[in-house]
Design a protein around this ligand. Structure first.
Ligand code: PRP
Ligand code: MN
Ligand code: MG
Length: 179
């Protein structure tokens, strides 16, 4: 375990097992349909890569990169698109892949945006959910785990761009972000 991590919430094995379950559920639900899976960079990158391998059908993948304005450790709700989708999604079933739903502002913005672009359906899969912090009314259609209101890092989640590549989900020691 990294020295800045206080506690491991979900080991690599636990995350992997849950991703297999979610992947199977998604494959069942979308059987016989065309599906575009959209990973939201950068946080969702690790989850996205593992998840699409566990969806036992051919899917198309794309990515969006977004960042909220004036971000420190909290979302502002205003989302800036740094990288958009490559193609039109009109009439297509899309699945947004996120690492965590915190205030929900990023996802509610993105979901609205993709709905406005006339997707046939827009669903959300998130590895983690922090329901205590919700500001926007949004829930994941598929969820890995709920987490308590602590600073979570690893498996794609960062603090100041660090810790993303930790292979587990953990709680950051408060002294790391409280000067
Ligand atoms: C984080 C996280 C989610 C979002 C959740 O992304 O990956 O995308 O915040 O917060 P919210 O529910 O309060 O909107 P961030 O903006 O830090 O960018 P990153 O994925 O590149 O780390
Ligand atoms: Mn993100
Ligand atoms: Mg971040």
């Amino acid at each position: 375990m990294h020295q800045d991590v206080q506690e491991i919430l979900f080991t690599e094995e636990a995350v992997d097992a849950r991703i297999r379950e979610i992947g199977a559920e998604i494959a069942r639900d979308y059987e016989g349909q065309d599906l575009l899976v959209i990973g939201i960079l950068k946080g969702a990158s690790l989850f996205m890569a593992e998840l699409v391998k566990r969806i036992d059908m051919l899917v198309e993948i794309d990515f969006m990169a977004v960042s909220s304005y004036g971000k420190s450790s909290e979302s502002s709700g205003v989302v800036r698109i740094l990288k958009d989708l490559d193609k039109s999604i009109e009439g297509r079933h899309v699945l947004i892949v996120e690492d965590i739903i915190d205030s929900g502002l990023t996802l509610s913005y993105l979901k609205n945006l993709l709905e406005q672009r006339k997707a046939a359906s827009v669903k959300v899969v998130s590895l983690l959910d922090k329901p205590e912090r919700r500001k926007a009314e949004i829930t994941a259609d598929y969820l890995g785990f709920s987490v308590p209101d602590h600073f979570i890092v690893g498996y794609g989640l960062d603090y100041a761009e660090r810790y993303r590549n930790l292979p587990y989900v953990g709680v950051l020691k408060p002294e790391v972000y409280q000067p």
